[in-house]
Design a binder for this molecule. Structure first.
Ligand SMILES: [Fe+2]
Ligand SMILES: [Fe+2]
Length: 326
């Protein structure tokens, strides 16, 4: 049987449990938080006062902080790209109402709230240039999404396991900074988003675990291939208006690195967490190729830690069109 057919069979095998995985990892609409729970209620007379308070507190936060919050928001807002990409993965059938596509729709529904709440907050903060931000979001959706996973479900689940943990780290750090600066409301908002990302991370990691149980050799190869080529962030095509594809991404990641919100060290920490979680080092009975892949993966974190120590980050803020100088 070809590798592709095996993957389809594995996806169909796992699909039987999709409903229970949705119940385990996702929260029903009626129970989950909504953006307005964390924002001023515009039907109330207190609205203006609450907005005034948001604008006052916003002044306490530094330039780089706003850049990171904007970049995080745009990453969340490009969700149409991620959903359409994942809908096309082998074994995910859009027409099938009770299978993988149901998982994806429910996951998308949860994710959609993240961009929503951040967008509204940024709009009210008075600290950012919304029109420039909106243009970047539209560009990012136009430019599409290519993370080197192809339509392979194994690689895509490695990607999402990694990426959900990365977004957990960054939203959680943003929450900490906001809290330190006395902005409790923003801290609460980012904290609750990071909680969603952690749940999603556990879900995708369990999918990978389940694949390891039935097709360990190919799952190992997929993990190896993804880490060898490095995980590209969902916003790696990020650009500002008038610039070419991807130009803003490097400066955005430098900013996140400078602020300590998401660093190259975090990248390696996440890799190490995945290796531990999937007990890569304990896997035996593999074929020769997968054994080599396992050994490569086990040696990768120490190698990458050494590299990340040597990395230099520009000290000065880069001037984005999204945020006017403080
Ligand atoms: Fe998210
Ligand atoms: Fe998520």
């Amino acid at each position: 049987m070809s590798l592709k057919n095996v993957r389809l069979e594995v996806m169909q095998h796992l699909e039987k449990d999709v409903q229970s995985l949705i119940e385990k990892y996702l929260i029903p609409v009626e129970k989950i938080w909504q953006p307005t729970d964390f924002l001023p209620d515009s039907t109330k007379d207190s609205f203006h006062e609450e907005v005034r308070e948001i604008r006052e507190l916003s002044k306490e936060l530094p330039y780089d902080f706003w850049v990171v919050l904007v970049g995080d928001m745009i990453t969340e807002e490009a969700l149409p790209s991620y959903e359409s990409w994942l809908m096309d993965v082998e074994g995910v059938d859009q027409i099938e109402r009770n299978g993988w596509s149901t998982w994806l729709r429910h996951w998308t529904g949860e994710e959609n709230r993240h961009g929503d709440v951040l967008n509204k907050y940024l709009y009210l903060s008075g600290r950012v240039n919304m029109r420039e931000i909106e243009k970047t979001t539209q560009y990012l959706i136009n430019d599409g999404f290519d993370i080197g996973t192809g339509r392979d479900p194994y690689k895509n689940f490695v990607y999402t396991s990694f990426q959900e943990l990365a977004t957990y780290v960054s939203h959680n750090r943003v929450a900490k900074i906001a809290k330190q600066k006395g902005n409790k409301q923003l801290a609460k908002m980012c904290k609750i988003i990071s909680g969603d990302e952690m749940r999603h991370h556990h879900a995708y990691s369990e999918f990978v675990e389940r694949i390891f149980a039935v097709d360990p050799n190919q799952m190992m190869m997929a993990f190896h291939d993804m880490m060898k080529r490095k995980i590209a962030m969902p916003a790696h095509f990020l650009r500002e208006s008038g610039e070419s594809i991807g130009t803003a991404f490097e400066e955005f990641s430098n900013t996140a690195q400078r602020l300590g919100v998401y660093t190259s060290n975090d990248y390696v920490d996440i890799l190490q967490k995945l290796i531990d979680r999937w007990e890569i080092g304990k896997m035996t009975g593999l074929n020769e190729e997968a054994e080599k892949a396992r050994d490569y993966l086990m040696k990768l974190p120490p190698r990458m830690y050494r590299l990340s120590e040597r990395m230099k980050i520009p000290e000065n803020s880069y001037q984005f069109k999204w945020v006017d100088p403080a």
